[in-house]
Ligand binder design. Structure first.
Ligand code: 4AD
Ligand code: MG
Length: 462
């Protein structure tokens, strides 16, 4: 269907004044008086809708009556004109309207008013037609483009790592199982059962592309992966999803301080990109979702991130007046309340916490000479908490074997990974940025369920 995108009409109105245009879209709002009907029509190309003006004294009722409800879809032809008032610089004075799809007003749940996010979650197929979801999806798209641009422009190779995998990267046992056969009592042991399954062994959905990313980095130097990852974490927090996207760069010849520099530069780059490409969307979030958002983002891109050690963070938490629900002692993992206190109250900006105790972190992290900590860091941001998990990788074969043995891991399943330490091992580092967490930070949206088209969380799959 030949038509003009509404984003183009609103973005460059002077090109269209006085000309015949064709617009397609869904009616977001409808105002009627005896002589004029105004339709706000949105086609998804921009946050703003265009106004279609129907002069009832000029058009016969058959020319416009069918398109008579919020939610219906239509094609409008008419002249682009300068409006008498309002926000936009262009509107369409209709000559004809063609109804594409009717929408019964009494059944359509998305009305021109503010719905709660909880209500909209029950309608994943229709909530995309609201301003907040349109804005979120456009920012999500630009954020993803920015990630590719950052790495692509710097010579990183984009690698597609497998979704189905035999190894649990994080070693936390949070893998979804992939199988084609049900368990039945005829199997004597789990081994027999797995031997007969599709792959002839245990298989699951990847929790991270890192291990395969390391394989690629130890040949290609600088690589990144960007794709869906899965965690069977039975948690009901606003920050955990069972399916989320992760971008995972892996860099050979890089130590912890090098990868921290890359992470900070990348975060600033992608925020800047979204600020340039989505000003209207960020203004919208600033007004309706998180006051001060735009100022916060400007501060982030213009200032250095903080860096503090885990040990110092624990000292700060222990000395603070704040009563925490979870105890904090050196050696315990930081809980969300601790992370948020450090990021929000102590630093007030993104902060890298470094040198975590080895027993609370994954097996692959480089062990520090102190024998107690690993060369790892999490990037925490106010309002969200951890958005990046990062480390230098253990490049020493013996130390890696020791770390895996301590964790009772099935070493034979990691033979290839271990080979990387036998054949030309090099210092290398990488990180994983959760796309949804980043999107929460950029938009101010507080629940991960509202930054995905179809969220997958424990006990919920629509
Ligand atoms: O800290 P994580 O578990 O690190 C890894 O998976 C490493 N293998 C990454 C690497 O070094 N290549 O996860 C990385 C990030 C977290 O910081 C968080 O942003 C996000 O992934 N994440 C989740 N996002 C949503 N829901 C969940 N259940 C998440 N788990 C992790
Ligand atoms: Mg982590």
């Amino acid at each position: 269907m030949k038509h003009t995108d509404i984003a183009e009409l609103l973005g460059t109105p002077e090109k269209f004044y006085g000309r015949e245009v064709t617009v397609c879209g869904w009616v977001r709002n409808l105002r009627d008086s005896s002589n004029v009907r105004f339709l706000a029509v949105n086609d998804g190309t921009s946050l703003a809708s265009i106004q279609i003006v129907i002069d009832k004294t000029r058009l016969a009722p058959e020319a416009y009556e069918a398109a008579n409800s919020v939610g219906c879809s239509l094609m409008a032809k008419g002249r682009a004109v300068i409006p008498g008032g309002g926000r936009e610089k262009i509107e369409v004075s209709a000559d004809s309207l063609t109804l594409l799809g009717a929408c019964p007003a009494d059944e359509y749940p998305i009305q021109p008013k503010r719905h709660t996010l909880e209500f909209l979650r029950t309608l994943p197929h229709l909530r995309v037609r609201t301003n907040i979801f349109g804005a979120m999806l456009r920012v999500r798209s630009e954020l993803s483009a920015a990630i590719h641009k950052y790495f692509g422009d710097r010579g990183y190779v984009y690698i597609h790592t497998p979704i189905i995998t035999g190894s649990d990267c994080e070693g936390a046992g949070e893998m979804f199982r992939v199988t084609t056969q049900p368990w039945d009592a005829a199997y004597d042991t789990a081994e027999v059962y797995f031997a007969e399954d599709f792959f002839g062994r245990r298989a699951g959905l990847t929790v991270s592309g890192q291990l395969e990313g390391e394989v690629a980095a130890l040949a290609m130097g600088k690589i990144y992966t960007f794709g869906p990852t899965f965690r069977a974490e039975y948690s009901f927090t606003p920050r955990h999803a069972a399916e989320f996207w992760q971008v995972e760069p892996e860099v050979a010849f890089a130590e912890l301080e090098d990868i921290i520099e890359i992470a900070e530069e990348m975060i600033k780059f992608i925020i800047r990109h979204v600020m340039e490409r989505c000003p209207a969307e960020l203004e919208f979030f600033n007004k309706f979702v998180q006051r001060g958002l735009v100022e916060k983002l400007s501060d982030v891109v213009n200032n250095k991130f903080d860096v503090i050690t885990y040990t110092d963070a624990v000292e700060i938490l222990k000395k603070s007046e704040r009563k925490f629900n979870y105890p904090i002692e050196w050696g315990l993992d930081l809980q969300t309340e601790h992370e948020r206190y450090i990021a929000e109250e102590v630093c007030g900006r993104p902060v890298f916490i470094t040198h975590y105790p080895k027993q609370i972190k994954a097996f692959y992290m480089k062990q520090n000479p102190d024998g107690k900590t690993v060369a790892a860091t999490d990037l925490l941001v106010p309002g969200v908490g951890e958005i990046i998990g990062c480390s230098e990788r253990e490049a020493d074969y013996e130390k890696l074997i020791a770390a895996m043995t301590e964790r009772n891991m099935r070493i034979e399943e990691y033979k290839h990974y271990l080979d990387l330490r036998r054949f030309g091992s090099v210092p290398h580092s990488g990180f994983g940025l959760g796309l949804e967490r980043m999107l929460m930070y950029i938009t101010g949206i507080e629940n991960i369920r509202d930054v995905v088209l179809y969220p997958r969380t424990a006990k919920d799959l629509k």
